[in-house]
Ligand binder design. Structure first.
Ligand SMILES: N[C@@H](CCC(=O)N[C@@H](CS)C(=O)NCC(=O)O)C(=O)O
Length: 218
């Protein structure tokens, strides 16, 4: 198995890295794809790995390629040997994880990234390879702020999104916020004490310190 990772700390690769570090019991090779050199947008990568020109991607032992971080994480969770599932041990736990993962993704992670994709930094970074929305920055900010307000209320009485257990939902939200939050001063956690405490709990985990560098692979 080969994980196509990158040299840049983008939220999607960081989500998979944090998931792997927290999950344990996983073993694969790592190939580094340079976003700065637009290697991901080159013909070879698009033809052989991901036609969408994005990272991460996971090549399975039978040669097929999996993309989309939630699909990759769910697959890795199922094939890991040992460790603790970050999706859940029962049908109910798994459903609750998927519910919170979708909420975290739709209500905070994606609008936050979409807001950044409206910036001039994003225009310079993507060099015309992505549909961007400078005209919709205000809308994406309002969506993210509404999501943050909702999560602030919902984190009042539990340590993690699914209650007492760490899950893919926390991992995805933390990876996106830790990589993108600083680009959006209006999304600061200072006046959101429950969200701030959740961030501190996540940041204190040893895996969080390691997630900004590509995984070593085997
Ligand atoms: N929907 C994809 C998104 C992947 C994605 O957008 N990755 C970013 C890095 S964070 C990327 O490849 N950006 C470079 C580009 O689009 O040129 C997923 O879930 O994995």
């Amino acid at each position: 198995m080969i994980l196509y990772d990158t040299d840049a700390p983008g939220p999607n690769p960081v989500t998979v890295r944090l998931f792997v570090l927290e999950r344990g019991g996983l073993d694969f090779d790592v190939a580094i794809v340079s976003l700065a050199a637009l290697e991901n947008r080159g013909e070879a990568y698009r033809a052989q790995v991901n036609s969408r020109g994005e990272v991460p991607a996971l090549r399975l032992d039978d040669g097929r390629v999996l993309t989309e971080i939630t699909a990759i994480c769910e697959y890795l969770d199922e094939i890991a040997s040992g460790g603790t599932s970050l999706i859940g041990a029962t049908p109910e736990e798994r459903a609750i994880t998927r519910m919170w993962t979708r909420r975290a993704d739709f209500e905070i992670a994606q609008p936050l990234v979409a807001w950044w994709r409206g910036s001039s930094d994003a225009q310079a970074f993507y060099q015309g390879h992505r549909v961007l929305g400078p005209d919709a920055q205000g809308y994406h900010q309002r969506l993210t702020e509404a999501g943050l307000a909702r999560f602030e209320a919902e984190l009042a009485d539990k340590p993690f999104l699914c209650g007492d257990r760490l899950s893919l939902a926390d991992i995805l939200l933390y990876a996106f916020y830790a990589t993108m939050g600083a680009t959006a001063p209006w999304a600061a956690a200072e006046n959101r004490p429950n969200f701030l405490a959740w961030l501190a709990r996540m940041a204190a985990r040893p895996a969080a310190a390691a997630m900004f560098e590509p995984l070593p692979g085997r």
